[in-house]
Design a protein around this ligand. Structure first.
Ligand code: MG
Ligand code: ZN
Length: 436
């Protein structure tokens, strides 16, 4: 799998550059406090190409040479092994990760000159790592100084992100299987959260119920910090405080995703704390759900990415007009972005190893066309500011988002998270019902 990806990258590099090479750098360990580190997670593109999940590592890809895949890694260290367990090491990088050559990371500077001696175009995301940035600029300077005497300059520095972005945007069968499993595990957690919900509990208690299900089912971590927002805080898009007590009559919005094999789900559901929507909550909920269904229906191969947002916005604006929150001609209201105070984010983003995954959304001015294998969210919402006096009082403070994970297929799409309750009937049947 990783070999195939490197082969494909090599094809792309050689198609557009002379004597190319590419350098990818791992995530670094980051200090949390004292001698405690943050939990380590490998940088996504580095993992995508290597499957290697240790820090302080560099991958060098050199098409057309005797060693096309070189790794720099932390060597085996018997002392450290006692404390934190064994490292893959130099031999392991060759034997288990397919490196043609591997060296200790400490020796990168002394090998880089030789390894890049034939390279004219270097793919490296300048700014990715200060130390490596400095090494690479030094290489380029050296080669420029020597260029008069024979060897050609290493003069062309390019960003590899567009190439990798194109690859990661189109998911393989393996990746689709991981995304599917991430959605399955996430769904189990959401069901647990819905069943657990009742007034008097705290946001964090519902979060704990959901995330313990994620962990129990084998998800190693979340794709991003869970948003567990009750009452007016459901209008705050990235609320992660999650400390309030749940109050009878309020809504609870949860936006969360379990990670599976480095791929994350990204799901949002909104439900009443007491299991029963008020008429006003239900009215807004129905508008958002209709907008979401319209957005999902627009997620089709050979259609523009923007059509999803356009379809959802139209339904939201129609709904806001029916409720007299907006007044005027629908086309005009859409044209003027007059819905922005109530719907301030876009409807979709790519989904994959990163929750907001890599890949372009447009070519120049134009929205890109959807293709089978692309995976995205559809997540319309309405956020009715509690302090906005243009909103009828009964609706103020209601915040609702509904988000699913959609895979584009050859003949339409597949909703990977459709098993998670989202109709008002499904939600009212499950919230607060702990027994199965
Ligand atoms: Mg989300
Ligand atoms: Zn999202």
């Amino acid at each position: 799998m990783f070999t195939e990806r490197r082969t494909k990258l090599i094809e792309k590099m050689t198609a557009e550059a002379d004597h190319p090479a590419a350098i990818f750098v791992s995530a670094r360990e980051a200090t949390r406090n004292s001698d405690v580190n943050y939990e380590f997670r490998q940088e996504s593109s580095f993992y995508y190409l290597t499957g290697f999940d240790e820090p302080d590592s560099v991958a060098l890809i050199r098409p057309g040479t005797e060693a096309p895949f070189v790794m720099f890694v932390r060597p085996h260290d018997p002392e450290m092994a006692i404390w934190v367990g064994p490292r893959v090491g130099i031999e392991g990088a060759v034997e288990n990760y397919g490196a043609d050559k591997a060296y200790p990371i400490e020796a990168i500077e002394e090998h880089l000159t030789e390894l890049l001696s034939e390279t004219e175009t270097l793919y490296y995301p300048l700014g990715a790592d200060e130390e490596l940035d400095a090494l690479i600029l030094k290489q380029m300077t050296l080669r420029r100084q020597n260029a008069q005497r024979g060897p050609r300059a290493l003069g062309d520095l390019r960003d590899p992100d567009p190439l990798i972005g194109e690859m990661r945007l189109r998911k393989s069968e393996n990746e689709i299987a991981s995304l599917t499993q991430a959605a399955v595990v996430t769904g189990q957690g959401f069901e647990r959260a819905m069943r657990t919900t009742r007034s008097g509990l705290h946001e964090y208690e519902v979060q704990a119920a959901m995330e313990s299900e994620f962990r129990r089912l084998g998800s190693r971590r979340n794709g991003y910090p869970s948003i567990v927002a009750s009452a007016h805080d459901s209008c705050i898009l990235h609320y992660t405080t999650n400390r309030k007590e749940l109050v009878d009559g309020d809504l609870l919005l949860i936006d969360a995703g379990a990670e599976w094999e480095y791929y994350t789900a990204d799901v949002t559901r909104t439900w009443p704390v007491n299991g029963q929507f008020t008429p006003e909550q239900r009215t807004i909920y129905d508008v958002v759900l209709r907008a979401q269904h319209a957005g999902i229906a627009a997620a089709q191969p050979n259609h523009r990415f923007d059509e999803i947002h356009e379809a959802s916005v139209r339904v939201l604006v129609e709904g806001l007009t029916d409720l007299k929150i907006l007044k005027g001609n629908i086309e005009q209201l859409i044209e003027n972005d007059s819905y922005r105070p109530f719907y301030m984010h876009s409807t979709s983003h790519w989904l994959g190893m990163d929750v907001h995954d890599v890949g372009r959304y447009r070519n120049g001015e134009d929205s890109i066309n959807l293709e089978s294998g692309m995976c995205l969210t559809v997540e319309p919402g309405l956020y009715l500011d509690p302090k906005n006096e243009n909103i009828p009082e009964a609706y103020r403070g209601i915040g609702i988002r509904i988000e699913d994970d959609i895979l584009i297929t050859l003949d339409g799409n597949k909703n990977l998270s459709s098993h998670i309750p989202s109709t008002p009937e499904e939600i009212e049947a499950i919230v607060g019902h702990l027994e199965r």
